[in-house]
Ligand binder design. Sequence first.
Ligand SMILES: [Zn+2]
Length: 81
Amino acid sequence: MSTLMAASRDASWYDCPDTTTVKVMHVARVYELDDTVWSARCNRRTPLDETVSRPAEEVPAGLRCQRRGCRELWPAEAARS
Ligand SMILES: [Zn+2]
């Protein structure tokens, strides 16, 4: 069973990556042929940084991408202890 993963956008392409603000997490699409290539479900041209990935169910609602493609894939939030 595969776990639905989420990751934030890879900002390394930008001249001035904004690493201070909280980033929106996208549901990740991981290409099976090469699992190092991740992109966002809402836009396959949006690269994601797999180094900050986490299970989608652990992403707080406030950080979840609400664009079509990601929005309908988010699982229920994991219960907090
Ligand atoms: Zn998204």
